[in-house]
Design a protein. Structure first.
Length: 361
């Protein structure tokens, strides 16, 4: 076993075995384990994809009035239904809300109406520390040919983060408005408050926003569980806070089944429902033919990346661009082409077979 692997395991054990690392704000509002497990019994085993319609390159393009595309959303969620998926993880966007809160919520409601028609629940994501630092509303940059997530933008935009005195009040209004509007909506299954906090060199600088996000939402007390996923073992303080303040445990793991199983088993020690909210990278042997059935056997929700290949360019591997934009022989992420045809028919058979077992649980 490599040194890095040993440190990985020890870090997880130390992080997750400690019950009182600090005085936890709002800890009395965290769901009891029993309530979390009752929620899981109602939802059953969840499987699906991180969702961005193929016509959008980032969350701004998905939600802005001029590029919101309900026709494509309907078509592609229909593909998801046919595969047997029952949940999509979907990014919201604070700048689009700020531009016009009421119209933004109408589009969110329209999305939920479409997804519910297909029998698919939603996990909404508020904040994100991944990829491009700055963003603005309006026409989005064209994707760079052959480059993975070349136009994905962090939220909040980093050029707004230096003045938190100005930033946090309206972010609080944004989160409060969305949660208040949809707090009892059966179409929303989970609130994921922050995607990969501390990524892109932010480190523990993201912790104040994490704490505020939990505080803002706990005041409203939505009927759906709250979570922030674990993805980087080196962010001990963030990991500890997120684990201790989440109603259900979520995490990211793009590794092969053996390495994935180590993280899964350690996180299961908490006794709470679990969802892997990002996985599936063919180059790392994280596939529908090996990891997906393992997650189903363990009753761990499985939300892969992603569904339909499109402007996000996630068929291309991290850090390995193909400048001429030609299709890679092996897709990194994604399952289908925009016309619904699969990258790999064998994968489709595996997805449908595993999802069909849900009926037998």
């Amino acid at each position: 076993m490599k040194t890095a692997r040993i440190l990985f395991i020890l870090s997880l054990v130390l992080t997750y075995s400690c019950n009182q690392p600090e005085k936890r704000p709002d800890v009395n509002s965290v769901w009891p384990v029993e309530k979390a497990n009752e929620w899981q019994l109602k939802t059953g085993w969840l499987s699906g994809s991180n969702f961005l319609p193929s016509t959008a390159s980032n969350a701004l393009e998905m939600w802005q009035k001029d590029t919101f595309d309900p026709v494509t959303i309907d078509t592609e969620l229909g593909y998801a239904r046919d595969l047997g998926f029952n949940i999509m993880r979907v990014w919201l966007n604070s700048l689009v809300w700020k531009d016009d809160p009421e119209e933004f919520k109408k589009r969110v409601n329209e999305y939920l109406t479409i997804s519910d028609k297909h029998g698919i629940g939603t996990m909404f994501v508020f904040f994100c520390d991944c990829w491009n630092e700055n963003s603005k509303t309006g026409p989005q940059p064209a994707p760079k040919p052959g480059v993975h997530n070349s136009t994905w933008a962090q939220d909040p935009s980093c050029d707004l983060r230096t003045d938190t005195t100005a930033l946090y009040p309206w972010l609080g209004e944004y989160v409060t408005d969305i949660i208040t509007t949809f707090k009892n909506d059966h179409r929303v299954l989970v609130w994921d408050l922050y995607n990969e906090p501390g990524n892109s060199r932010h480190g523990n600088e993201s912790l104040p926003l994490i704490k505020n996000a939990f505080r803002w939402v706990r005041k409203i007390n939505p009927s759906q569980p709250l979570t922030i996923g674990i993805y980087n073992i080196n962010l001990h303080e963030i990991n500890m806070f997120c684990i201790n303040n989440s109603d259900i445990i979520t995490y990211h793991n793009y590794n092969d089944p053996r390495q994935h199983a180590v993280m899964l088993k350690l996180l299961k020690l908490h006794g709470r429902p679990m969802i892997c909210t990002e996985w599936m990278a063919r180059h790392f042997d994280s596939k529908f033919t090996n990891v997906f059935p393992m997650l189903q056997r363990e009753n761990v929700g499985a939300i892969g990346w992603g569904l339909v290949a499109g402007k996000s360019n996630t068929i291309y591997k991290w850090g390995e661009p193909i400048p001429d934009g030609s299709e890679p022989k092996l897709w990194f992420h994604d399952i289908l082409r925009p016309d619904g045809s699969p990258f790999d028919k064998t994968e489709i058979d595996s997805i449908k077979a595993v999802n069909s077992r849900r009926k037998l649980n």
